[in-house]
Design a protein around this ligand. Structure first.
Ligand code: MF3
Ligand code: CO
Length: 260
């Protein structure tokens, strides 16, 4: 069952996603060599609560924290810990915010200090793929058009697409239908209709697409331990052009010319 949102509901979702974007902007100020991922988690939780939101990853299926902090070869669902970021790391921070009864969902992969050209190229490609996917999120197209745009771009650049995890519909529930895979065929899958809200989230690996889940039951990493990137925005499908509800604007303001 796909829930179409009214214009009013989409405005409420824009608010959840605005707070989420601002939280990522706050985190951007702190991501640097020497900070632990657990400290980033507490900064995010406090910022969200102080601004009237709920960090909705916390407690979701028993998830223990407010953010997912996935470093280097970790793909998604890295559990914040005492790990201290070091120069040359990358960290994908994925979080959900519940406000006005609606969830927002967004992820940004940050560089920690100086990151190699090869890894920065992976990040840039993944973010570009996200926007290529978003271009397809218009009324009358199909989910496979989004999937194919992401897959073909990333594979053309020599990277691989994680298959086991997907983007998704979002609204009153963090995960709603439809699934939005990052691989697939043009013209296939559910038809996109104005009022659908989906989180598009390419998870792209430098090496092979294979992943393993660590013994903690959450942390997902590449099998070959090569780096992985992840960017995510929640968008409303519209006629002609998608309406991007979450935003990297605040991250960009903080990072300036370090913004990839
Ligand atoms: N933002 C993630 C997603 O898109 C949700 C994290 S799962 C959680 O699926 F359990 F950590 F919340
Ligand atoms: Co998501």
């Amino acid at each position: 069952m796909i829930y179409l949102k009214t214009d009013e509901e989409i405005e409420l979702m824009r608010e959840s996603n605005l707070l989420l974007g601002q939280t990522l902007g706050e985190l951007a100020k702190w991501v640097a060599p020497g900070i632990s991922t657990l400290k980033l988690d507490s900064i995010a939780e406090e910022y969200i609560r102080d601004n009237g939101g709920i960090p909705s990853c916390l407690g979701y299926s028993g998830y223990p924290n407010s953010i997912c902090a996935s470093v280097n070869e970790q793909v998604v669902h890295g559990i914040p810990s005492g790990y201290v970021l070091k120069d040359g790391d990358i960290i994908s921070i994925d979080l959900c915010v519940l406000k006005n009864g609606f969830h927002g969902d967004s992820t940004y992969t940050f560089c920690v200090g100086e990151v190699s050209y090869d890894v920065r190229r992976l990040l840039k490609t993944t973010k570009e793929a996200l926007y290529l996917g978003i271009e397809q999120a218009v009324d009358g197209k199909r989910v496979g058009d989004i999937s194919n745009a992401i897959q073909s771009y990333c594979e053309k650049k020599g990277y691989s697409v994680v298959r086991e995890m997907c983007g998704h519909g979002i609204g009153k529930h963090m995960h709603e239908e439809p699934e939005v895979p990052n691989y697939g065929r043009r013209g296939c899958g559910p038809i996109l209709r104005s009022g659908m809200v989906i989180a598009i989230e390419p998870m792209i690996n430098m090496g092979s697409r294979n992943i393993v889940i660590e013994r903690d039951g959450w942390t997902t990493r590449t099998r070959d331990r090569k780096p992985s990137a992840h960017y995510e925005l929640s968008v409303a499908v519209r006629e002609g052009k998608a309406d991007i509800l979450s935003t990297f604007k605040y991250v960009e303001e903080v990072l300036g010319d370090r913004f990839i």
